[in-house]
Design a protein around this ligand. Structure first.
Ligand SMILES: [Zn+2]
Ligand SMILES: [Zn+2]
Length: 141
């Protein structure tokens, strides 16, 4: 457990939050979403604890925060092989977030920008806003 290795106390509440993140692999959860699940397991668990724990996990690279400045910030579990810089499709209808697995376009842009501006990109967040198939009443082909 990375928290312990890095010198953080692994409290029962932090463990609960971590378990929720692991169980929701591939999902994007807000602090409130996580808090609502966590509260069922420990009703004394406050939203501030969830917030702080996620911040620590984000710093340690255990989770990725979707956008820190965004009110609708969401967290997802970091997994091996899946880049945290994958693009996201955000539905303006239901606020669903869809991961785009194909990262080729972004990798190409990073190289192009580096060549032109000599700027080394460490992090890139691509968010595409639109309407999902469900909200549009269409089926995915
Ligand atoms: Zn939608
Ligand atoms: Zn994602």
């Amino acid at each position: 457990m990375l928290l312990k290795e890095k010198g953080y106390k692994l409290t029962e509440q932090r463990q609960i939050i971590w378990n929720i993140m692991m169980e929701s692999l591939g999902e994007h959860l807000s602090t409130k979403d996580i808090w609502e699940i966590a509260r069922k397991k420990d009703h004394t668990l406050g939203v501030a604890t969830v917030y702080r724990t996620l911040q620590i996990m984000d710093e340690l690279g255990m989770v990725t925060s979707f956008d820190k400045r965004d009110e609708l910030n969401k967290y997802e579990l970091n997994t091996e092989g899946k880049s945290s810089v994958h693009p996201h499709l955000i539905c303006m209808g239901c606020e669903k977030i869809i991961d785009v697995a194909e990262n080729l376009l972004i990798s190409e842009s990073i190289v192009k920008i580096h060549n032109k501006y000599n700027f080394e990109i460490k992090d890139i967040r691509v968010k595409c806003y639109g309407i999902c198939a469900e909200c549009a009443g269409k089926t995915i082909k």
